[in-house]
Design a binder for this molecule. Structure first.
Ligand SMILES: [Zn+2]
Length: 475
């Protein structure tokens, strides 16, 4: 396995710089479409490594792309660097303690995600230069994964049109090849407009937009019994129409997230939710308008790529954690319930008698679990090009997604070890693809088969653009 060791050496040679990059990004949490400092850090790294840079990919100021190598297929590594609101947290401790009240934090580990993907791209670039092999490597710095669907906009703009295969990863508690099960997801705002009036003196003159929102929610809650059990619908009140109970609310806004197994199922469900909104408007004599904010597609699998990635994982052997890593993970687990930990194992079909603090194994490729399904904008890339995603242990088993515990563990020993391991797995898979044209052909044939069955339709309406944010004056 000369090739594998060679590419791993290239990862190791640059690891320190990327651990520092990850820690720096952790320290500057920025949310969807405002990642100006984080994307600048990634750009500086791409420049320092000698990549040719494309800025503002798809017209998004915080999306960036770097390319190196000549001839041959194009392998893309996808990185992210957006944080989440409300998850500010001190690093390296095992109790909730925000650095800043209600501030932002890397509660999904995207500080590691971007750094490891860029480290894999750098290692592959240096490997290609050393071996003189043809092949082009790209790093896509993708913003706004959390609710912003940036990759779907990037796909729509054709940013991946000439890519042969895309490789990415996500920080996790258990190491495995992603099971390619994620839900298509739309976010829609329903704005109801009625007529404000004095709620006591002239109730008959008012038409309540808040009533309409409540009736819509009731209608949707009744629909739940009659929708596929794999679908998910959630809502949040964006504007409840004011704080005065004695004013009939003339305007109210409710935001919906509608998720289904695939884009076609999601569209069908959207239509039903919109009908209910119209019914609520009719009942209350208000008007309703619908605005789609963003949408992502479900993730498509790719068997040849998944097998190639799994073989790389096995060759590498599980992430090696030490006693300090385990002690910290145990302290984190003390903040979790048994159910948190059991569900993590169950998700990948395991039910061990004793719990480990950290994942010192690789989940078998064909393990059937009870996946807890979320959504990711990697889904849209997977419809455009053959795509594979790793999940690599960077935190204690049982750690819930989007939690203070993830932010706390974001600069820890396991985070650093998982980051480097993820880069090796991704870069090793890319090396296999470049060395074996038949493997790439199989991946493309597998992809073609899947998209021919139900062709891709961009889930975002043509008139909806990414909600890009102005660059701050000092940014
Ligand atoms: Zn994430």
């Amino acid at each position: 396995m000369g090739n594998s060791e060679r590419i791993w050496d290239h990862v190791d040679a640059r690891r320190e710089a990327y651990l520092e990059l990850s820690d720096r990004i952790w320290g500057m949490p920025e949310i969807a479409y405002t990642e100006f400092r984080s994307s600048a850090e990634h750009k500086a790294m791409l420049e320092a490594e000698g990549f040719a840079i494309t800025e503002e990919v798809a017209g998004i100021p915080t999306a960036i792309m770097g390319e190196a190598g000549e001839g041959g297929p194009i392998i893309a590594f996808l990185g992210e660097y957006d944080a989440l609101p409300g998850l500010s947290q001190e690093a390296g401790i095992a109790e909730p303690k925000p650095l800043e009240g209600n501030g932002y934090g890397h509660g999904c580990g995207h500080n590691m995600l971007g750094s490891a993907a860029l480290l894999a791209a750098t290692a592959l670039k240096n490997y290609l230069a050393e071996t003189g092999q043809p092949g082009r490597v790209r790093y896509y710095g993708c913003p706004a994964e959390e609710g912003g669907a940036a990759k779907a906009f990037m796909v729509r703009a054709g940013a991946f049109a000439d890519v042969d295969a895309a490789i990415t990863w996500h920080p996790a508690s258990l190491t495995r090849v992603d099971e390619a099960l994620s839900l298509a997801n739309t976010r829609l705002d329903f704005t109801f407009t009625g007529r404000a009036s004095h709620a006591a003196a002239a109730p008959h003159l008012g038409r309540s937009a808040l009533d309409a929102v409540e009736l819509m929610n009731v209608g949707v809650n009744y629909m739940r019994e009659h929708m596929p059990s794999s679908a998910r619908i959630h809502y949040a009140m964006i504007d409840a129409g004011g704080v005065a109970p004695n004013v009939v609310q003339g305007r109210a806004v409710v935001r919906y997230a509608v998720r289904a197994l695939d884009i076609h199922g999601m569209r069908a469900l959207n239509e039903r939710v919109i009908k209910i909104a119209k019914g609520a408007a009719m009942m209350t004599e208000t008007e309703v308008s619908v605005r789609v904010l963003s949408a992502v597609s479900n993730l498509l699998g790719n068997t040849p790529l998944e097998e190639a990635m799994h073989a790389n994982m096995e060759r590498l052997g599980p992430v090696e954690f030490d006693a300090t890593d385990r002690a910290y993970a145990e302290a984190i687990q003390a903040t979790l319930s048994d159910e948190d930990i059991v569900s993590d194992y169950r998700r990948v079909g395991l039910s061990p008698e004793t719990f480990e603090a950290l994942c010192d194994f690789i989940v078998p490729l064909d393990q059937i679990g009870e996946p807890m399904i979320g959504s990711t904008d990697v889904g849209d890339v997977s419809w455009a090009v053959p795509t594979v995603q790793a999940r690599v242990a960077t935190h204690a088993i049982g750690t819930p997604g989007h939690s203070w515990q993830i932010t706390a563990q974001g600069k820890s020993g396991p985070a650093h070890k998982g980051l480097v391991w993820a880069a090796k797995t991704m870069a090793g898979t890319a090396v296999d693809l470049l060395a074996d044209p038949a493997l790439l052909d199989k991946a493309k044939a597998d992809h073609q088969k899947r998209v021919t069955k139900t062709p891709y339709v961009c889930p975002i309406p043509a008139e909806v653009n990414p909600p890009i944010q102005p660059r701050p004056a000092n940014g």
